[in-house]
Write a protein that binds this ligand. Sequence first.
Ligand code: ADE
Length: 271
Amino acid sequence: MRIDVVSIFPEYLAPLELSLIGKARQDGLLDLLVHDLRDFTTDRHRTVDDTPYGGGAGMVMKAEPWAQALAAVAEGYSGRAPGDGAKPVLIVPSPAGKRFTQAIAHELADEEQLVFACGRYEGIDERVLEWASEHFTVRPMSLGDYVLNGGEVAVLAMVEAIVRLLPGVVGNPESLVEESHSDGLLEYPVYTKPSSWRDREVPPVLLSGNHGKIAQWRRHQQFQRTAERRPDLLDGFDAGALPRADRTALADLGYDVVDGRLKRRADATED
Ligand code: ADE
C-alpha cells in the first residue's frame, strides 16, 4: 500500500516511523510519504491560510497550495497505474466528516493508495474538495464527536487502524479476529498469570480447560459489556445468524429479536 500525508506539521507524523507501522515500512509492506504543504506555496512567507469570507473567528486554509500539493501527489500516482484504474482515495480528517469505524478501516485497507489531507485552523476552502473529487474519491472522516486542533492526530489513528489490517503487518492474524468491533461487539475481558492477584481471582471457567464453556462465557461477556458500555452497537444488530445460546444471553440482558434485529425491551432496566 502507498500512503501520502500532506500537512503543515510533517514532524507530527514522526510516530509513523515507530513500532508496527515503522516495521511495515522497513519490510516494504507500506510506502509512506509525508509532504509539507508549505512547499507548495509561492509567496515569501509560505502562506497557507487567510481570513474567512462572510466573517467569523479563525483562519481558513487557502485553496491553491492544497491544489498544488494534491496535484503533485496525483501526478506521482499517474505513473504508478493503480490496479483497476480507480481514483486514489483522499481522506480529509474533519469533525464534520463521516464517523471512521472498523468497517471503514477494512474498506480502506483494500485500497492501493490513500492520501490524507490534514487541515488546520477552521478547515480547508471547500472548493478544494470539489476540485479534488475530479482526481480522487474524497472521503471526509471524523474520529468522533469532539474537536482536535488539526487532522494530524486523526491521521495517526486512522493510519494505524488501517495498516495493522494489511497482510503481514500484525504477526499473528488470529489476534485481528477476536478484537473489539471485529464482529460488531466489544471484546471480552482478558486475564493472565497469576490466577489470584491481590485477592482477586480469574473467573474459574477460564481455568477449567473446557473450551466450549470458555467460548460461551466469552461470548456472554461480549454481549454484557456491549450492552453496558455501547448499547448503540446492539440496537438493530443483525440477529439472523445468532445461535440460540446467544439469543438467550441477550434476552437476559433485555434484548429481544424483532424482524431479525435486536431491540431493547422497553421494560429493560437502565444502569
Ligand atoms: N480534526 C479536528 N477534529 C477532528 C476529528 N474529531 N476527527 C477527525 N479530524 C479532526
